[in-house]
Design a protein around this ligand. Sequence first.
Ligand code: CMP
Length: 363
Amino acid sequence: MLTIGLLAVIFLSIDELPAQIREWLRLVIWVVTVLFFLEYAMRLWVAPEITRFDQQSPTMARLRWAISLPGLIGLLAILPAVMLAWGYGIMRADTASVFCILWVLKLGLHAPALGTLARVVSNERAPIASVLILFFIVLVLAATAAHILERVRQPEQFGSLPGAMWWAVVTLTTTGYGDVVPLTVGGKMIGSLLMISGITVLALMTGVLATGFAQEERRREYLRVWEQVARVPIFASLGVVTLSEIVGKLRTRYYPARVTVVRRGDPGDSMFFISSGEAEVRLPNGASVRLGEGAFFGEMALLERHPRTASIATTRPTTLLVLYASDFYEIASHIPALAEAVEVEARRRREENLGRQTGEAKR
Ligand code: CMP
């Protein structure tokens, strides 16, 4: 709906389109607006059902929703319709429809990482502020230097500090429109330095945001794993401190049904714990074993440093906790009880597989 509505608004701004198509586009905008209005009314009506408002009266819940971010964005999305109605009534123009571009805000509500971005900016506000201050210092110094060096030859462009600052911003952000260019040797040197500083400042900002994102994602992943780990019995007996060490090293992976997780003969770089779902071990002799919630697999390749002994595929949607080989060896040296439990099970499986092979050979 959003895509259709936005495309209609964008195309309606092209004056050269035939009148009939423009009529259709107007109709589309109207339909989309009416549907958004219905959506807004419906969401307002069901607001008391939202769990965080269940302590409040229905009217209060609706009011609280109306002034929340989704509520305000919903309201903004229907406001253009009112303007559109006025626009047509008063000046018969499409100007008002341009405000329908505000619908684009609704897209923000569907962006999954927007909350993370807000947290990252809030967590990293000190380094971000430092980079911005650095940006500003370089900008003002360069603009002043260019103003002093260039104002005689180019009084129009560099005669004032704001004019020189425009050039400095365009150069520092490495945009370089080329509308204002230094002509003196000194000005060119300042320009070169400014371009290099621009790349450095942008790289700094990228670094700050990227590490912030990675750290935030790590924290979220930790919470996700912490929830899953309780379902795996092998971890149940461990104390909180030991468990938290392991949780920091596990990663969650979601697999749909019938996906091969481990292939026979591949090198083993990790082992897996099933926190929900089911996996099927396809042994080389054609037999298969099913592993349910709480079981683990992929340990034999890590313990024996051999290629995978069997292929394993999910039978239904499955959540796995992955432990990479390097982390497995580290944990095994810290927590002998865990390593022992994994080794005992691996030995049992190996004997079971050998038993099957000799049983088949006898037959
Ligand atoms: P790995 O050899 O790394 O990869 C295949 C995995 O299948 C193996 O580790 C075990 O975890 C698992 N596996 C092998 N044989 C059996 C068995 N008999 N029962 C359950 N799991 C098995």
